[in-house]
Design a binder for this molecule. Structure first.
Ligand code: ADP
Length: 425
């Protein structure tokens, strides 16, 4: 899939996800508002019933007589002579309870203008009651004066949320699942795209790396077959050497491929024995002898580790050192100076392969140890390779309970620091 198409799909999917989340939030908000309206209506109905009951009582003839007697004794009737506190309390309890408003509540009969609280259950909640949305005038029961019956529910939000609990939890869970799935799909797409790019590069490289030696050796073989060659032993030797060199090159590429196949199926075989790291390094240096002389490479060693014997696989460790030195030479195009040093640390040995080559940008330093990874250099790679060497190095080092990291600066060079413990843990 093209990069643009992938970006478009990601953007569309992200936009729809945001849309779904926002719609969900909208519906949850709407549901809450609906519940709140239901709650408010229930409270209004309950209070209306209470006020009606007091109204009926006020119109009752016996109550009227009693009030008249009371009026003779006092000069003026109080609001509490009509809205009797004990009765109000019990009615509030009954009515709010019967409307299934079981949340904790406070109420007060108070005079709004002077903020004078007459009766109720209000200690400590005067301010909230005065500001409460539940204010009911009792002017129909007692006049003059602006007495109000106010109710405040401190646990109202909690009560409403509790009623919506199941839906809220389900919404949150589904949204989280949706987001997690989306993120993982995006990661998979990005990873797959990267992998497919790497694979394309790899196949291009492979074609190039195999085609060139085959073409060169067939050409050399054709030359050898020409009749005039019979009398020219110098040329025969020259063309035979070309075929042999190309053959070696092919062999090397094939070995790398096989290494990859073994790494892929996790079947690197290890023969763990006591190995001398210095001896392995010297073997590797010897194998580069010709290249060093031909290309005027300066190779310095500083092998000062006193204890250089570890337990490991000779073959694989030698390949590790070979790959590191090979890279150091490959990626140092001008006047290469390669330094190899060793020293002891607490429970093992440190090996450093240092070069003065092209260096590696910080952003790529972690990537280079990944399978098939090559630092991008546009479409053309001047240096040959498959991006397998360091992946192999890291795998072998990990299997030896060691670790490797790179310190590098573009244009200055790279240092590969490798730690190997004396014994594999
Ligand atoms: P390759 O076959 O491409 O050399 P490696 O796995 O050995 O594969 O290395 C991965 C990438 O790391 C290389 O393509 C190169 O860009 C970078 N690299 C490795 N070693 C060095 C080095 N010594 N100096 C600069 N770049 C390096």
């Amino acid at each position: 899939m093209k990069k643009k198409a992938i970006i478009l799909i990601i953007v569309l999917a992200a936009a729809s996800l945001v849309g779904i989340v926002l719609t969900q939030l909208y519906w949850v908000k709407k549901a809450y508002e609906l519940k709140e309206e239901q709650f408010d209506n229930s409270v209004r109905i309950a209070v209306k019933t209470i006020i009606n009951q007091f109204l009926e009582q006020k119109n009752d003839s016996v109550f009227k007589q009693n009030l008249a007697i009371l009026k003779c004794r006092k000069t003026k009737l109080d609001v509490t002579d009509i809205v009797i506190p004990e009765q109000l309390d019990s009615l509030m309890h009954d009515e709010l309870g019967s409307m299934a408003i079981d949340s904790n509540y406070y109420y007060a009969l108070y005079k709004r203008q002077s903020n004078k609280f007459v009766t109720g259950r209000y200690e400590g909640f005067e301010k909230q009651l005065a500001e409460s949305r539940f204010q009911f005038s009792v002017a129909g029961l007692y006049r003059p004066g602006d007495y109000y019956l106010a109710i405040y529910f401190p646990g109202k939000v909690h009560h409403l949320m509790h009623q919506m609990e199941l839906w809220l939890v389900l919404s949150i869970v589904f949204v989280i699942i949706l987001i997690a799935t989306f993120v993982s799909v995006i990661f998979t797409i990005v990873r797959q795209t990267k992998l497919s790019e790497l694979k394309n590069d790899f196949i291009n490289n492979l074609t190039h790396e195999f085609k060139t030696p085959i073409a060169t050796s067939s050409l050399a073989a054709e030359m050898l077959l020409r009749s005039e060659m019979e009398h020219n032993p110098g040329k025969i030797k020259k063309y035979a050497t070309v075929i042999l060199d190309e053959n070696h090159r092919l062999q090397k590429q094939l070995d790398q491929m096989l290494q990859l196949a073994a790494l892929k199926i996790g079947r690197l075989k290890y023969r763990l024995l006591k190995v001398d790291v210095h001896k392995l390094i010297n073997n590797v240096i010897a194998s580069f002898d010709l290249r060093i002389k031909e290309n005027k490479i300066s190779l310095e060693t500083h092998l000062i580790a006193k204890n250089h014997n570890i337990v490991g696989d000779k073959e694989h460790l030698q390949n590790v050192f070979f790959n590191l030195v090979d890279n150091a030479i490959k990626y140092s195009p001008v006047n290469p100076v390669i330094k190899i040093s060793t020293w002891n640390v607490d429970n093992g040995i440190m090996i450093r392969v240092e070069d003065n080559g092209i260096g590696i940008k910080k952003e790529y330093q972690k990537e280079i140890f990944k399978n098939l990874y090559r630092v991008p250099t546009g479409n053309i790679h001047e240096t040959r390779g498959f991006g397998l060497g360091l992946y192999y190095v890291k795998t072998v080092v990990d299997q030896h309970s060691g670790h490797i990291h790179v310190v590098s600066q573009v244009g200055t060079g790279s240092k590969f620091n490798l730690f190997l413990p004396f014994k594999i843990q």
